[in-house]
Design a protein around this ligand. Sequence first.
Ligand code: AMP
Ligand code: ZN
Length: 494
Amino acid sequence: MGLKLFNTLSRSIQEFAPLDSSGKKVGMYCCGPTVYDFAHIGNWRTFVFGDLVRRYLEFKDFHVTHVMNITDVEDKIIRRVRETKTSLREFTGKFEAAFLDDLQTLGCRLPHQMPRATEHIPEIISLIEKLIQRGVAYRAADGSVYFSIEKYRGCGCNYGQLLKLNFDEMRAGERVKSDEYAKESVADFALWKARAPEDGDVFWPSPFGEGRPGWHIECSAMSMKILGASFDLHLGGEDLIFPHHEDEIAQSEGATGRPFVKHWLHGAHLLVEGNKMSKSLGNFFTLRDLLAKGFTGREVRYLLLSAHYRETFNFTLDGLTGAKTALARIDECVGKLREIAGTPGTVPARAVGVQASACSADTLKRELQPAETVLGVPLIVNFTGALDDDLNISAAWAVVFDWVRDMNRRLAENSLSAADTESALTDWDKIDSVLGIGAKSDAEVPAEILALAEARTAAKQAKDFKRADAIRGELKAGGWAIEDTPKGPKLKKV
Ligand code: AMP
Ligand code: ZN
């Protein structure tokens, strides 16, 4: 079965087929962050969703070119630059760096290209010139350039492809200069904003006079420069459907006369404890806020990936605690499989000192009963079936947890052969190339706990069992259990 995705353009679930004649290359553009503050977990839901789409396409052997822009000039940024009395680059550079750090903390693959709007001013200007030449954009008395919805529609083009608009209520020629507006105030929108005193130093020369680009034209210019006039996938949060994406379609198709994007994917919003996030409600979290509360990037990633992308997701701190437990179940199972296979586990034995007398992984494998049966749960097939169905991630997690249960049962029965274990781990690694949760890292075991574990190993080797027991007690008091396994001692959080 092929991948099926909901396309906002057709309002239906469609088979995903790239434009490329070989059917292999995929161009994917995700609207990136507006770098005027740290990204919040709502933003992260959308970016992690984009990462899932990219990873799944790669899992299915597509050659993806993943582009994510950095919006580093728009209304909100200019306001903050003015308020903070900094330069544009100094201000946006700080939040751009934080965004890249967070992207890594959440286990997202780095997009192949991350163009900045401020580095594409010539491309933006030439796109606007093309729209003026084609008669669908005009320069207003204040020097700003607007996109004419009436002229565009007059050429037989369709404004309102992603959502239905009521043009009877629209007054021709009305203009909106702000980047964000509701569909009730649909009007000619700004492509180029004439320099205003409040813009300070943020302006560029252009054939239409000094000024700066509107937000919507930035994405049309950067996406088409890198991916061509027509490309496969365009993603963003549902709030971008109108006006941002509708305007991107109008600008791009108005300039090239060709269909802009084949599949539009929109992620539903995230609420916190049932409410829209807002600083005044005290329910506004950045990733950094959650890390400061002791959660890890992979726990946040797991939670953000736990619901279907088209469903509103209710984020709670309890949910995040639940994510910790769910990941611990996976870690424990995969850790045991790795132990048998002799590949590094959750907390490598090296970190706590391997005893010379510990039996080797090979001995352990030989001791296991060779299982003749094929593994019970067809992990890859079921996982793929779930994600092919419009990225049904809840069904995919159910497949993962069924597999964990099955593996745990087989581990308890000692009925996994070495070959079974290897093949289970190969499957898991393939699955995790999509989920991106990875393994719990050593860094999550505090240094003082590792030091205690090493001291215990030394005490045992010196046959000072009293001291070794005392250290076990200290570890327990610190919330860690230590278990002696054939491969050496293993730490586990209790
Ligand atoms: P921005 O940095 O404001 O341009 O937003 C970056 C991305 O986050 C866009 O794709 C938005 O649609 C998305 N976004 C904003 N708020 C939320 C939210 N509460 N839940 C999910 N996505 C959001
Ligand atoms: Zn965009």
